[in-house]
Design a protein around this ligand. Structure first.
Ligand code: DHB
Ligand code: MG
Length: 222
């Protein structure tokens, strides 16, 4: 099925997703420098993230797990000129690649790339003075998703949308023999999302396509 899913993703992309030279550059630069491209979201997924931001007229966006900044560019493109995007990357090599791609895109939006462990950076933010985020995309190390969710909620307001990437992992989620920390992290995230007192609503969607079988969880803060 993988080939069919990939072909259909290409059909969707060629019909519905306008070409963008900055996104193209980001993917080519990632490949040229020998980084794997499967870590980036697919173009139609990038468009979905953009649309969620547009739908809610978000101005302040947080991304955890920048990798090559491909998704970052999608998020930033959806913002108005006075928008702000904070993106956090844990690995120096990824951050260097990301900064190149962000600089090349030269978008009219304030994009701040922070390098370090997202949990350390977020827990140092003074929530009394910091304006909360309107949209949060969690896409960093899966093991830490429960911690990232907690920290994200502290930086949210009523109506903030939180999207979590890679919550299905080709079904590893429900394979109880698989106890890798990344998969356990996702299971604990589902537990945390379940009946969470700070969430208005929450669901998860499986996706298939050029990135295999995976999925998003999406939550709205109460
Ligand atoms: C992996 C991480 C991602 O965020 C993703 O979208 C796909 C794969 C990974 O770590 O393998
Ligand atoms: Mg991801």
């Amino acid at each position: 099925m993988q080939q069919l899913w990939t072909d259909i993703d290409h059909y969707i992309e060629s019909n519905l997703i306008p070409e963008d030279s900055n996104l193209k550059f980001a993917l080519q630069n990632t490949e040229d420098q020998g980084f794997p491209d499967h870590l980036a979201v697919a173009p139609n997924q990038g468009m979905l993230l953009q649309m969620l931001i547009q739908m809610n007229q978000c101005k302040r966006v947080l991304e955890l797990g920048t990798f090559a900044a491909y998704s970052t560019i999608w998020l930033a493109r959806a913002l108005p000129k006075d928008g702000y995007l904070m993106t956090i990357e844990g690995r120096d090599t990824h951050a260097a690649l990301a900064q190149q791609n962000i600089d090349h895109a030269n978008l009219p939006v304030n994009i701040e790339l922070k390098v370090g462990r997202a949990a350390d950076i977020l827990s140092k933010i003074d929530t009394d003075t910091f304006e909360p985020f309107d949209f949060i995309f969690i896409d960093a190390d899966k093991q830490s998703y429960p911690e990232y969710l907690d920290l994200s909620l502290k930086l949210s307001h009523s109506g903030t949308v939180i999207v979590l990437d890679n919550v299905i992992r080709a079904g590893a989620l429900i394979d109880l023999d698989n106890q890798r920390p990344s998969i356990e992290g996702i299971r604990l995230t589902f537990e945390a999302l379940q009946n969470h007192p700070q969430l208005l609503s929450c669901t998860a969607l499986q996706t298939v396509g050029s990135k295999g079988h995976d999925g998003f969880a999406i939550a709205i803060v109460k």
